[in-house]
Design a protein around this ligand. Structure first.
Ligand SMILES: O=C(O)[C@@H](CO)OP(=O)(O)O
Length: 253
């Protein structure tokens, strides 16, 4: 076992096709835009420049995170490291909001309901039928998830519950061996992880947004608590502007 501090890097995927269109995405498997690919490549350069080179990577089962991991690791010259993937790192399942325009939902349901669905800790959007257009219920990659675990909508609390077993069983063991671990995932699955790491309350997590493509580095002590609370973005200025943009989604069409 290695000694603390353990090194963990969180990376939200680069801009996706549906981020660009301002659509609720969740489990819909959209690709990166050209801008998203560039963000991922830059994310790798930032890791390299900081001397933070991942030894192992964990991703979701979704293309935008998988490709972000590949592009960033290639630009950091770490394309060869072992890869682990799990649905437990997937984006939050957005239920019946998947495929809907954020600005239109805001207009139709009002700010309070919109923010409750989008950022409250424990209010999931309405369920998405298994055979609906934007459903992944019968997607082959999720065939091994038992029906009672396979989501048709999720609030952030649900994401915390399905993500934590993966944290303890797969990511922590890698950290314990002294490896620098990269987790390439999504806005809300990373919010769930940051909530746990930083001990953020159910109320305060509503105000936390994670920008696309900018690595967030954590050093963790022997109890897996952050040495620097909230970690360190490898490009803090860019992160600040991008966090504002995520916060204000819905306000543009
Ligand atoms: O649509 C989504 O899946 C997520 C991330 O893009 O959006 P939000 O930031 O609104 O939770």
């Amino acid at each position: 076992m290695a000694d603390a501090p353990y090194k963990l890097i969180l990376l939200r995927h680069g801009e996706s096709e549906w981020n660009a269109k301002n659509l609720f995405t969740g489990w819909v498997d959209v690709d990166l835009t050209d801008k998203g690919e560039k963000e991922a490549i830059r994310g790798g350069e930032l890791m390299k420049d900081a001397g933070l080179l991942p030894d192992v990577v964990h991703t979701s089962l979704q293309k935008r995170a998988i490709r972000t991991a590949q592009l960033s690791l290639t630009s950091a010259d770490r394309h060869w490291i072992p890869v682990h993937r799990s649905w437990r790192l997937n984006e939050r399942h957005y239920g019946a909001l998947q495929g809907k325009n954020k600005a239109e939902i805001l207009e139709q349901f009002g700010e309070e309901q919109f923010m409750q669905w989008r950022r409250s800790y424990d209010t999931p959007p309405p369920v998405l039928d298994a055979d609906a257009e934007w459903s992944q219920y019968n997607d082959a990659r999720y065939a091994t998830i038992p029906p009672e675990l396979r989501p048709q909508t999720e609030c952030l609390k649900d994401v915390v519950h399905r993500m934590m077993p993966y944290w303890y069983d797969s990511i922590v063991p890698d950290l314990l061996t002294g490896r620098t671990v990269l987790v390439a995932a999504h806005g809300n699955s990373l919010r769930a992880l940051v909530k746990h790491l930083d001990g953020i309350s159910d109320a305060d997590i509503a105000g936390l947004n994670i920008p696309t493509g900018i690595p967030l580095a954590y050093e963790l002590d022997a109890e897996f608590k952050p040495v620097v609370p909230h970690g360190t973005y490898l490009d803090p200025e860019a992160a600040k502007a991008a966090i504002e943009a995520v916060k204000n989604q819905g306000k543009k069409k």
